[in-house]
Design a protein around this ligand. Structure first.
Ligand code: AMP
Length: 366
């Protein structure tokens, strides 16, 4: 390993990416723009491999192969939060891993995550740990109903979640998540959801992107729109929350913090739902509407480079192209103001993220 791990990586260095999906693909494309090579490590072939200099197909629990991979690169990053901690630790013995494994540890388990964030004095939904039916009954008394039972691990896009309206539903909910360790979360009556993408450099410099308002379709992100209607004072507060979390994790790279906005409640107006220790779908608009988008800024951060400006020069609507939506590529390609991004996935499946489009408009105030 380079003796001075805080020295900036020279162009021509190799960045290792754990994970081979579309986020890895867009990271590798931004890395190439700055003169880096990427080596992608993935357990299955995926869209990142098409644009990487080299790739390894291997299991994430094959620590010997992870070590070989780490030896072939100058820094390691990841594009999904379920990288096993042991794999990240094995890589870290050989090359810097950015963001560090602590962020993975916190983000992989909803109980650890909620505990960590609330200990920083940042509001989260009321929550309680649940391991069985009697704990769920006790949790429901404490947290109140309606509530949402979420598995502690491996939930995404609303998977591994059961909404509970009444006490009759408790036993069925435990069966539905097959008794997996879980948290019960009180239902938050929010007005809308926003996310804050923050990027932190090796030297601790922090920049924040404008928070978009996010809408979902069938539990999957549908659109992210900037500017959001979030009032200016709350926007500043949302940015402070995200920056505090990044600092507390001693984070390097792009971090996404999803929040609910409750309106002027007299109590907490912003409640953190979850964090993602990586570039994020709700930040895809930054590729075309900001001076330096999230993918390039993540690469800059992990390479020890100065961060690029997060300033937004246009209003934008990012729309995901999910499943058959991608059939509209031709019309979108002909739309003025639309920037089309396709992930090169050959098989269309319902619910599969095939690409996205950023529709740009002249910047308004906000
Ligand atoms: P998650 O997987 O935690 O991002 O949750 C998926 C979606 O479920 C969120 O985007 C919200 O729309 C909704 N949701 C999750 N947790 C809560 C909560 N505590 N109260 C209300 N809605 C929630």
């Amino acid at each position: 390993m380079n003796a001075d791990v805080t020295a900036p990586l020279q162009p021509g260095s190799t960045i290792g990416i754990l994970g081979g999906g579309q986020l890895g693909r867009m990271l590798a494309m931004s890395a190439a723009q700055l003169g880096f090579r990427c080596h992608v490590y993935s357990d299955v072939p995926g869209p990142a491999l098409d644009v990487a200099h080299s790739s390894t197909i291997g299991a994430f629990d094959d620590l010997a192969r992870i070590a070989d991979f780490a030896r072939s690169v100058d820094v390691v990053t990841y594009e999904f939060e379920n990288v096993p901690l042991r794999a990240a630790a094995a890589a870290q013995e050989i090359a810097p891993v950015r963001p560090g494994p602590k962020a993975l540890d916190v983000a992989q388990d909803r109980l650890t995550e909620k505990t960590f964030i609330s200990k920083l004095g940042i509001p989260v939904a009321p929550f309680a740990a649940v391991g069985n039916l009697s704990e769920l009954q006790a949790a429901a008394e404490r947290v109140g109903l309606p509530a949402i039972l979420k598995t502690r691990r491996l939930g995404y896009d609303g998977k591994g979640q059961v909404r509970l309206e009444s006490a009759d539903a408790l036993a069925g909910a435990i069966d539905e998540i097959r008794g997996a360790p879980a948290v019960l979360e009180g239902f938050v009556a929010f007005q809308y959801e926003v996310s804050v993408l923050v990027v932190r450099a090796v030297d601790g410099a922090i920049r924040v992107y404008d928070p978009p308002i996010n809408t979902h379709r069938n539990g999957i992100l549908d659109t992210s729109v900037v500017p959001s209607p979030l009032p200016a004072a709350h926007r500043k507060h949302a940015e402070e929350i995200a920056s505090r979390i990044a600092l507390a994790l001693d984070y390097v790279g792009v971090l996404a913090v999803e929040m609910f906005f409750l309106g002027e409640t007299g109590g907490a107006s912003l409640v953190v739902n979850e964090i993602a220790p990586r570039v994020h779908n709700s930040g895809h608009w930054t590729m075309d509407a900001c001076t330096c988008g999230q993918f390039e800024n993540h690469i800059r951060a992990i390479a020890g480079w100065p961060l690029g400006s997060t300033e937004r020069h246009s209003d934008a609507t990012m729309q995901n192209l999910i499943g058959d939506d991608v059939a509209g590529w031709r019309e979108i390609a002909g739309e003025p103001g639309a920037r089309l991004h396709l992930y090169g996935k050959t098989e269309v499946r319902p619910g599969r993220k095939m690409g996205h489009v950023n529709r740009l408009r002249p910047k308004t105030a906000g």
